[in-house]
Design a protein around this ligand. Structure first.
Ligand code: SF4
Length: 415
């Protein structure tokens, strides 16, 4: 039987502060891109942002723009424009919707921030293949368009244990970025600056980890849907005081909720884990659907990806290499499964949802038997749903609803 007691979702007050910060971030980027003296660097979301900030670059993250294309539901209509110039509908829909938006000269930034009419032109683009290969092709397109240098770090993938070989290879590649970045920025590298930025990134990461871990409390003060929005500063502002200050505010609010036994949703009954990409264009619908069934998605692989506990300002290059290689997405199935097992225990999970995201195999972990293996090991039921991060043509809303409802009935029977 599905629980019938209705539940609603509580709004996080710090959201206003976060929106203001994100707005300042985009206006600063816009003005830097228009100025002659300031330089803009594009960086992949788990790329070496700390090195770029240490040079004083204004750092833009195309994946955040991709997510905005998703949440604004502009993405689906823009993808065919990128398909028309040779980018397959089967590859990353961040890439295809973002390139489609560029070709059509539109951006969700214009609706969100008055006066911004385009994405910021890059002076340099830097990626790390730790997440996937699509990111490199995505950046290559823009490097050609804007005649800007393209720099990359190539990371081993499918790693079981991160070893000295992995760390020294990635650290060496990061050090190799210094010389070309000195040329682009016109400034000399200063290790003291890098140490400062790495230390701020570590502080941001520790606070973000504490924010996410408040969800281990029953009832959880935070949902996965909240976290996908509040992770913005950890992605685009890590390495700055702004992100650190923000997470102190957010953490205080969530701790107060914990103290008052206030859940993110009323009458929490089921605690779920989400593996894979969010479906950006359906965050609200999915959040309301879960809340209406008293199901709280308390944790996710995705939001945990911006926790970098290995950052160490005493050894910036090697610690960055380690942190950016230890990420879930870089690891073997064996390492991933161990991680999920721990999370299931820590967050007291009743059920796992694996999102098979059509255009992101890198973040779809269900395709080679993982749900079955995790279920066998933990006894925790799982559900695989088909969808996509940005291409809403890959999702059936009706099927999603039916599947989630049937899953919750299954969990109810197990209670
Ligand atoms: S990890 Fe997935 S969503 Fe992210 S850039 Fe790569 S293919 Fe796209």
């Amino acid at each position: 039987m599905v629980a019938t007691e209705q539940s609603t979702k509580r709004r996080i007050i710090a959201t206003n502060k976060m929106k203001q910060m994100m707005s300042e971030y985009y206006y600063e980027l816009d003005s830097a891109a228009k100025s002659k003296d300031k330089k803009v660097a594009w960086c992949s979301s788990v790329g070496p942002a700390e090195i770029l900030r240490s040079f004083g670059f204004y750092v833009y993250f195309p994946e955040n723009h991709g997510a905005m294309l998703g949440t604004s539901r502009m993405a689906t209509d823009l993808i065919p424009y990128a398909n028309a110039i040779g980018y397959s509908p089967d590859i990353c829909s961040y890439l295809t919707s973002d390139i489609g938006a560029y070709l059509q000269k539109v951006t969700p930034l214009s609706n969100a921030y008055k006066g911004i009419i385009s994405i910021p032109k890059p002076d340099v683009l830097v990626f790390n293949t730790n997440q996937c290969r699509d990111i490199q092709d995505w950046f290559r397109f823009y490097a050609k368009e804007f005649h800007a240098p393209l720099l990359g770090v190539y990371t081993h993938r499918g790693i079981k244990d991160v070893t000295e070989i992995h760390v020294s290879s990635v650290a060496h590649q990061m050090e190799q970025l210094i010389e070309p970045l000195e040329k682009v920025s016109g400034t000399t590298f200063d290790k003291k600056n890098l140490k400062k930025v790495v230390s701020l990134s570590r502080e941001c990461s520790d606070l973000w980890k504490s924010v996410l871990e408040t969800a281990a409390t029953v009832p959880s003060p935070l949902t996965f849907f909240d976290a996908t929005i509040h992770m913005g500063p950890a992605v685009v502002l890590r390495g700055t005081h702004h992100a650190v200050d923000y997470y102190k505010i957010l953490l205080a609010e969530l701790k107060a909720r914990v103290k008052n036994h206030e859940g993110a949703i009323d009458n929490e009954r089921f605690r779920l884990y989400w593996d894979g990409m969010p479906i950006w264009g359906r965050l609200r619908t999915h959040s309301e659907l879960c809340a209406s069934h008293r199901a709280c998605i308390v944790a996710s692989t995705y939001c945990n990806s911006w926790i970098f506990t290995d950052f160490d300002d005493k050894d910036p290059f090697r610690s960055m290499a380690k942190a950016y290689t230890k990420l879930f997405i870089v690891r073997s199935d064996e390492a991933k499964e161990k991680y999920i097992e721990k999370i299931i225990e820590f967050y007291k999970i009743d059920g796992v949802i694996f999102h098979d995201s059509k255009t992101c195999p890198n973040n779809s972990n269900n395709r080679y038997g993982m749900p079955q293996r995790v279920e066998e090991k933990t006894g925790i039921t799982s559900l695989v749903i088909n969808g996509d991060l940005n291409d809403l043509r890959c999702l059936s809303d009706e099927q999603f609803k039916t599947n989630v409802e049937a899953f919750i009935e299954q969990l109810e029977d197990k209670k």
